[in-house]
Design a protein. Structure first.
Length: 132
């Protein structure tokens, strides 16, 4: 599977349940809002999140390559299993056509190594392949 890292850091911020999307959340290359009765979680560019917001910072975003069909199975597990074997925590988001895996900045090198060793190909946003 080919995957590409977005530039920059992508934290997730936790807001009160039902809170409106704050202006600081966008515009962004990636913006995700998830609401439950307990909380609202926003994933956006790290530099947009103001001080004082409950936030888990320093995540990097890996976009799973290509448009994924709903009949395809095992794609996420082929990427997250090698990361789990290395003890690397992930935060996963999905859109209609692809999946996004957030990996802590401190785990990035080990994550890329684990992914490439398991037969996955990892690229930067400019298209350069990461080779160990």
């Amino acid at each position: 599977m080919n995957s590409t890292f977005f530039r920059g850091a992508w934290p997730y911020a936790v807001l009160d349940p039902g809170e409106k999307l704050p202006l600081w959340a966008g515009p962004a290359v990636l913006l995700s809002v998830t609401r439950t009765q307990a909380e609202t979680t926003v994933v956006c560019q790290e530099e947009n999140v103001p001080a004082g917001i409950t936030c888990n910072r320093s995540w990097r975003c890996l976009r799973v390559g290509g448009v994924l069909d709903f009949s395809q199975t095992g794609i996420l597990s082929s990427l997250t299993a090698p990361l789990a074997e290395e003890g690397i925590p992930v935060y996963v988001l999905s859109t209609f056509s692809t999946d996004l895996i957030l990996i802590k900045e401190k785990d990035l090198f080990l994550a890329m190594l684990a992914l490439t060793r398991s037969g996955n190909r990892v690229f930067s946003e400019n298209g350069q392949e990461w080779l160990p």
